[in-house]
Design a protein around this ligand. Structure first.
Ligand code: THU
Length: 140
């Protein structure tokens, strides 16, 4: 799906706004994510850390679970805003969760907090070329 530059900017603005709601006192690395649904709604998530570090929740996975819990499973694009200078890259776990719902050609816009209007434009398949899929007798 082709996303207009206008829509990409709206998505990046929503992701940046979500990053400012991040709870990240340990890493001091706020991240925001915004998912565009096929019905053109925008749902956002931010990273939420915990003093038991391993319980930290990433912004992208939060956006996906928030969207699914709100009844949305079809997405047209994702924007992630984090880092300064260089945009934060989504971690492998978040990419695998996205691959549950989105195809390899799914557009992903990545921008830093200080340059939200100059995104790196990529796809889920480019970021995670070999997503895990269940296969075998009961799943093929
Ligand atoms: N983080 C995300 O929110 N998304 C990612 O894809 C990678 C990392 C967060 C987790 C943690 O709160 C902070 O960035 C530093 O690792």
């Amino acid at each position: 799906m082709k996303i207009s530059i206008n829509l990409a900017h709206r998505l990046l603005t929503a992701a940046r706004k979500a990053a400012f709601r991040s709870y990240s006192p340990y890493s001091e690395f706020p991240v925001g994510a915004a998912l565009l649904t096929s019905s053109r709604r925008i749902l956002t998530g931010c990273n939420v850390e915990n003093s038991s570090y391993g319980l930290t929740l990433c912004a992208e996975r939060n956006a996906v679970t928030i969207a699914v819990a709100a009844g949305y499973r079809q997405f047209n694009a994702l924007a992630v805003v984090g880092g300064r200078g260089q945009p934060a890259q989504p971690c492998g776990a978040c990419l695998q969760v996205l691959a549950e719902f989105c195809p390899p050609e799914f557009p992903v816009f990545l921008a830093s907090l200080d340059c939200p209007r100059k995104p790196e434009i990529t796809t889920l398949g480019n970021l995670l070329p070999h997503a895990f899929r269940l296969s075998g007798p009961s799943h093929s």
